[in-house]
Design a protein around this ligand. Structure first.
Ligand code: 3HC
Length: 703
């Protein structure tokens, strides 16, 4: 976007430039990177309106963003500021709506949240064809708080406004134009088009004001919207308030809805849910920052990938590359396994096409990027090779030895191991600097998390390339260190142990799972184990005992597996699965438990849901603190990102570490001790100092 040419006069505040284009005053917001409505922005905009008011020669005002975007919203960093210090978006919008001369919002990039609310308070909106407009506040646990809930339904209709506000997803400019949200699409330069538009409407009166329009919506529509929330936003505060306010827009004068919105916005903003979601917004962005690495760190270009293993994991990983147009060579040891793997990939794509989310043409285009082979030699040109075979160190070492001989110099050699020592894997190559762990989560084409395991000798270039690659294939990459299970699985191991103990002490598996449902997790620990397959953990336990020379494990869970009950895949595990996927409490499991308890002389006691929730969640937190202390994770926020994108922890809780911060670390320590656990030293220290994990992250970032 070019700036105004040859202004006849100009002025500026720190964040808002003013310039004249004939009889139009242009206010350009310059608050990089995204022109958030930060302190200083309203002051600059008010000064601009003052100027427009005072000068009779100015007949219209254009508001535009400098740099890459229009205003991308209120400044989220100011949400916790005292009210009097926070930028007064509502005050500015009130003035803008009542302004006596025509105002035009010139939109490029993203007009989001408060940004779209500013645009809605202008009389007209002009946008570039690639602009996006939306009210994403729900993703931060709040509602549009500067008129959005009242104005959007008055423009696009209640149904569409609810869809936009409840999903938080933006619409593209062409759709916005069709909806009446945008008055004109700019063909060429945005500013030129917006100034021309402003000149054309300079004398038009009365000024069109969205606040003066009416919105319509039936009782049935709102009832259906409320009923839908149970499915899409279970347990969340803001979505229900959004529906209430949209309904008000149809029933009450604008001013009444506007006032109600202010009060409800504050209620949502001050909720733990909003704190959790805002925490994750920033944690996700922080996770992309690695101390010592920056924009100048060289990166490799990834134009092709090789994948070893066409099983569920390898196939899922391949799809991520195919989806973004990167050709993949996939290797198996036998033709039937290769055919099966390719068949599954094709079927996945065809199912997506059946649901109307891609065309059959796209399916074929993606499949055409995939080259199946039985020979590892065919990986010689790949820029990155990802091994995705089963968890066995000897097998992985053999593969990496082979890869070292085959791969071209500089190629990234990655293992998808979920537990094994990446240093040991790297040690069999002559190029350990090229070796890294890329731990995808199952199903790998769906789950957004990618644990990026930095081994001792992994080069900065390989790490930086892997982070960039994660973004390219639309994953959230989080760097972790080498240890058994890295971050996610190491913590989940303790969670699983705690769940088993709860049952030994008397809880029913379904009660333990229900305790985690109340926190908003879609699955409890036992439902998750049944889905993953109980035999995996069983085999690991048996193997570990054998290696350690200990007797064969004989826990209640081992006994269930020994009855052939391996989980969902055998339609029987801890639960029964009479209709395939829905878990039903099992009499067989009850019997195993009764026998087990009586044989071992275990006394059963009543365990409250509160105790179960605390013990399970704090088992994650305690191990998380230990992981932080060891430097396996860089930040508590990284752990939260891992749990939200890899393990279904609800984003509105902010992840386990943020959840612990909300409870207060001294109460977490007291509870852990009360339940017979030893709190991790870092957790204890922070609690004693009256600090939070967030404080720890901040101190570390400053250090
Ligand atoms: N406030 C403060 N900082 C913000 C911000 C905001 N609204 N939006 C983005 N940022 C920061 C990010 O934290 C990041 O900072 P960093 O470089 O220090 O990590 C930087 O801007 C760039 O952001 P991204 O890395 O996300 O850049 P992208 O180009 O990938 O995405 C974006 C740009 C689409 C604008 C994306 O940042 C985004 O979705 N932002 C949030 C938009 C939003 O939620 N707006 C509504 C705010 S709430 C509101 O307006 C309330 C009102 O109704 C009263």
């Amino acid at each position: 976007m070019s700036q105004a040419q040859s202004p006849s006069s100009s002025g500026s505040s720190a964040l808002v430039d003013t310039s004249r284009q004939g009889n139009v005053l242009v206010l350009t917001i310059n608050n990089p990177p995204v022109n958030a409505f930060s302190p200083g922005v309203p002051e600059g905009l008010h000064a601009g309106l003052d100027m427009a008011e005072a000068d009779e020669g100015i007949q219209a005002v254009v508001i535009i963003g400098g740099g890459r975007t229009f205003i991308a919203g209120a400044d989220i960093k100011t949400f916790d500021m005292p009210r009097e210090q926070a930028p007064d978006l509502r005050g500015f919008i009130t003035r803008l709506d009542a302004f006596s001369k025509p105002t035009v919002a010139a939109i490029h990039g993203t007009a989001l949240g408060g940004g779209l609310e500013v645009a809605l308070a202008c009389n007209y909106r002009v946008a570039t064809p690639d602009a996006q407009l939306g009210l994403p506040e729900v993703k931060l646990g709040v509602l549009p708080g500067a008129g959005g809930t009242q104005r959007l339904p008055r423009v696009v209709g209640v149904q569409k406004a609810l869809e936009m506000m409840l999903s938080g997803n933006p619409v593209r400019a062409a759709e916005a134009e069709a909806l009446g949200l945008v008055d004109e699409l700019a063909d060429g330069d945005l500013l030129t088009a917006a100034v021309a538009y402003a000149e054309a409407v300079a004398m038009a009166r009365p000024l069109p004001r969205i606040s003066e329009r009416a919105a319509e919506g039936s009782a049935e529509l709102f009832a259906a919207a409320r009923a839908g929330l149970g499915k899409t936003h279970k347990g969340q505060l803001a979505p229900g308030l959004i529906v209430d306010l949209a309904e008000m827009a149809t029933q009450k004068p604008f001013q009444e809805g506007w006032d109600a919105e202010a009060a409800l916005f504050m209620q949502a903003k001050d909720s733990p849910q909003s704190r959790g979601l805002r925490h994750i917004f920033f944690a996700e962005r922080e996770a992309g920052k690695i101390p010592g690495l920056g924009k100048t760190t060289p990166q490799l270009e990834i134009r092709s990938a090789g994948i070893i293993g066409a099983g569920t994991m390898g196939g899922g990983i391949a799809m991520n590359f195919l989806n973004v147009g990167i050709p993949v060579t996939i290797v198996e040891t036998a033709q039937d396994a290769l055919d099966r793997g390719l068949g599954v990939i094709r079927k996945n794509y065809e199912n997506t096409a059946k649901k109307g989310r891609m065309s059959m043409d796209d399916v074929e285009k993606r499949m055409a990027l995939l080259t199946p082979t039985l020979s590892m030699d065919d990986l010689k040109d790949a820029d990155i090779i990802i091994e995705a075979v089963y968890e066995n160190m000897d097998v992985k070492k053999e593969i990496f030895t082979r890869l070292d001989a085959v791969a071209k110099p500089g190629a990234i050699l990655a293992s998808n191991t979920s537990t094994l020592d990446v240093n040991e894997i790297a040690s069999v190559t002559k190029r350990p600097e090229s070796v890294i762990g890329l731990h995808f989560f199952s199903p790998a084409n769906v789950m957004k998390l990618l644990e990026i395991v930095r081994a001792d000798k992994t080069s900065d270039t390989v790490l930086a390339t892997s982070m960039a690659l994660a973004k390219k294939i639309r994953k959230v990459g989080v760097v972790v260190g080498v240890c058994d299970g890295f971050v996610g699985n190491r913590m989940i191991h303790h969670y699983g142990d705690e769940a088993r103990k709860l049952v030994e002490e008397g809880a029913k598996p379904q009660d333990v799972d229900a305790a985690m449902h109340t926190l908003g997790l879609p699955m409890g620990p036992f439902e998750m184990s049944d889905m993953a397959g109980l035999d995996v953990g069983y085999l690991i336990r048996q193997h570990q005992a054998k290696v350690a020379g200990q007797p064969k494990p004989d826990g209640w869970l081992d006994r269930i597996v020994e009855q052939g009950r391996k989980g969902q895949k055998t339609q029987a595990g801890i639960y029964d699965y009479p209709d395939g996927r829905k878990p039903v409490p099992s009499a067989a499991t009850d019997e195993v438990l009764n026998t087990y308890r009586s044989e071992k002389g275990l006394q059963s006691r009543e365990i409250s849901q509160e105790e179960a929730t605390k013990r399970l969640t704090y088992s994650l937190v305690n191990e998380g603190a230990q992981i932080l202390d060891e430097g396996i994770a860089q930040r508590a926020g990284d752990i939260d990102v891992i749990y939200i994108y890899g393990y279904g922890f609800p984003a509105y809780r902010g992840g386990p570490m943020q959840y612990a911060d909300e409870q207060g670390l001294s109460s977490v320590v007291a509870d852990l001790e009360n339940y017979g656990h030893t709190p991790a030293p870092l957790l204890k220290k922070l609690a004693q100092e009256g600090k939070t994990f967030a404080d720890w992250d901040k101190e570390k970032a400053r250090a």
